[in-house]
Design a protein around this ligand. Structure first.
Ligand SMILES: [Zn+2]
Length: 229
């Protein structure tokens, strides 16, 4: 799966690579990998940073992260609980803890943490802004929460990843609620192994939020999204 391609200007590429929140984002200058599990380290030979949202097994695999870090010398950015789990495996200068409202730069790419509504120790969601200003909101496996409306208003997202299953309390309806609150250009239903759930999400979105496009991702396929006009 290593992505050789580079996105066009004012665009990003992304790949969804497991049934959870595993997403690779490639900007013109950087490659970011979020919550890698159920995949081989060699899938990410060009990783500049790995971002971890929380310590659950479907998001944090310390052995895999250690392997990716050793092979690429990338930076690991993680919520406090995951940071603690990683601190004996990752060189301290390569491990950066992040909490909601904090921002870390990966070159010209901005990684900002926001709150996450999920029963984990100290989970975060991530806003990734490319050097061209393309805005991606990776909501981990969060349930909706009211502050999403203000975040969406402020950021004007190009892409928002919306959990539609597996995690406690989540469904196509809660995934849609995340899209409704954040109003992105493109909404991506993920964190599921049910195509039916993704299609249900698409159906609700089309009816209730027709200005947001639905992109149902296939695993390990590359998608390009451009900045909204
Ligand atoms: Zn999960």
């Amino acid at each position: 799966m290593p992505i050789e391609k580079t996105p066009e200007k004012n665009a990003i590429l992304f790949v969804w690579f497991n049934h959870y929140a595993g997403v690779l984002i490639k900007t013109p200058s950087k490659t970011l990998v979020i919550d890698p599990v159920d995949i081989r380290a060699r899938s990410f030979p060009n990783a500049d940073a790995v971002l971890i949202t929380h310590e659950h097994y479907d998001h944090l695999d310390p052995r895999l992260i250690t392997e990716i870090q050793k092979a690429t010398d990338c930076t690991i950015i993680a919520d406090p609980a995951s940071t603690q789990r990683l601190q004996h495996a990752i060189p301290p200068e390569k491990l950066q803890q992040i909490r909601p409202d904090e921002e870390i730069k990966v070159g010209e790419v901005s990684v900002k943490a926001e709150k996450c509504n999920h029963p984990a120790a100290a989970p975060v969601t991530y806003i990734v802004t490319s050097e061209d200003g393309v805005k991606v909101f990776h909501t981990a496996d969060s349930m909706p929460f009211p502050e999403l409306a203000a975040i969406g208003e402020r950021e004007k997202f190009d892409v928002v990843f919306c959990t539609v299953g597996i995690a406690p309390g989540t469904s196509p309806e809660t995934g849609f609620e995340i899209a409704r609150l954040t109003k992105p250009q493109v909404a991506v239903p993920y964190h599921t192994n049910s195509a039916a759930y993704q299609h249900k999400f698409a159906e609700i979105l089309k009816k209730e939020l027709p200005r947001t496009a639905c992109l149902i991702p296939e695993l390990n396929k590359i998608y390009q999204v451009s900045k909204r006009k």
